[in-house]
Design a protein around this ligand. Sequence first.
Ligand code: AGP
Length: 606
Amino acid sequence: MCGIFGYIGPSAAAPLLISGLRRLEYRGYDSAGIAVINGDLDIYKKVGMVKELENILPATVKGNIGIAHTRWATHGGVTDANSHPHASEDGKVALVHNGIIENANALRNQLRKRGIVLKSETDSEVLVHMINLEYQSGAAPLTAVRRTLRRARGTWGICVIFLEHEKIICARNGSPLVIGIGEKETFIASDPHALTSHTQKVIYLEDGELAVLTAGDVKTSRNSGKIVDPTIHILDDDWGESELGDYPHYMIKEIHEQPDALRQCITGRINLSDGTGRLGGLRLSPKKLQAIPHVRLIACGTALNAALVGRLLIEKLARVPSLAHVASEFRYNDPVIDAKGLYFVVSQSGETADTLSAVKEIQTKGGTVMGVINVVGSSIARQCGAGAYIHSGPEQAVASTKAFTNMVAALTLFAIQIGRSRTLSRQNGRALVKGLREIPEQMGKYLSNQGPIMEAVEIIKEAKSVLFLGRGISSPVAREGALKLMELAYIPCLAYPSGEMKHGPIALLEEGSPVVVICPNDELKPKVLSAIHECKARGAKIILICEEGDEIAAEADVSICVPNTDPLLSPMLTVLPLQLIAYHTALELGLNVDRPRNLAKSVTVE
Ligand code: AGP
């Protein structure tokens, strides 16, 4: 989603802004722009990729202060005019904005009444005119921004530059901003990935805070005016930009990184002799775990699918009622929050606005919420204050892969941990943690011999729609397979628990319709087999994901086998062929696998 980068220091700003934007490209965007103080306020913006913006930049952009933006359209179409930065009418103030100004229409009308002509359809543009009106009336830059934000409703991460001042003013409310402190130079970005090649020293701006950046110095304050003493964090080296290496795309690289990523997630978190898992960051003793009356997991997209696996595991292994919720619905359904319950939010980026809102809702109502998060120091991780990192390393492809398997692994560890505080025997716990320890190697084994993926792709690539079926723990895996194929190949996909298929989706089936069935060797297999027969009787083509050596393979048109494991651990293996099917289908259709249309890596608006 939208990205921000800014620079103030001794170096030429423009090349740094462009390289900063490049590092934000993976988030997904449709246009890009920069503003640099270069005698005048020079602004260049363009629909398309950062390289297209770079192509229109003249060599004469020499200034040392600048702000830059990648836009993912929310208000107004994808046009040059709607791209950021936006400038005041006199060209003395420029602004970039992430987030949504909810009262933009009312503010627009007020500006029009004062004779101001707005050049874009965006909500963001109102801010720059309002700031300039305050500035023209004599307010200092920081005061002008502060007064403007007091009248705005919504979310923002903004950076503002003033032609007549050597500073960048930033403010955050619901949209992340991270300040990078270098030697006599200062950076700002919406994402720490963009800073790691310049500095490891960062300050996370909090909601309701503003910062004044000068070369090598930062002053932070609250919107009320109160000065804040910022905490300097040191970024982890692991969060640097990951290189593609020999891989053609980030997605396939990240699919192949899953064995190592999983090792990172489970290392040090397994106690084999006690047959338990231990997520230390939760700070939950067995006594506390025993007292938890129910668990709720909240997330979006792929993280929600992982949460759905997690909730089944928790209920099965610990006999604790457990539910997963769609984050975007959670807050608006006015949920009852039980202070004794345990709430988890699950997120790769740790920046998803819907999930962050759920955290705040739970906290406002007195609940305890913990994060299961990939990005260290992200907004959700910091807002929760406790939880477990999944340690996938940077995930750059828009389609989430290695984060899914690690979310499932972390939740499996938790399910075993809470299970052992209750009904799960040491023997059964040991069998599970042993099985979990073997998964990375089994993943590697499968990835080095992937089975007839391309045969499945042949059946799927021209299909009008694809039905994904699974039962029990494989039902969320079916959802994940459908989500992957839909987001990458733009093929309408439905995912259903296989028993539910006959209650509706069966009407879609005709000669040749592809049906992807996930069927590990568990007690539900006979039931899934019935669904396969019902589909075949209607002419459907079955693509089956099953376990090695299982005779059910003979029932399908294409069978893709994964190594044998405990059925409760199977999602970490059965999902692999589904990721590969989505990847190769998109490639066959000539689509951009790493940056599918309309999607963003981290969805920072509600
Ligand atoms: C996954 O392939 C998607 N791009 C998307 O559904 C994603 O999982 C969702 O937006 C949640 O993101 P998060 O894990 O960063 O919170």
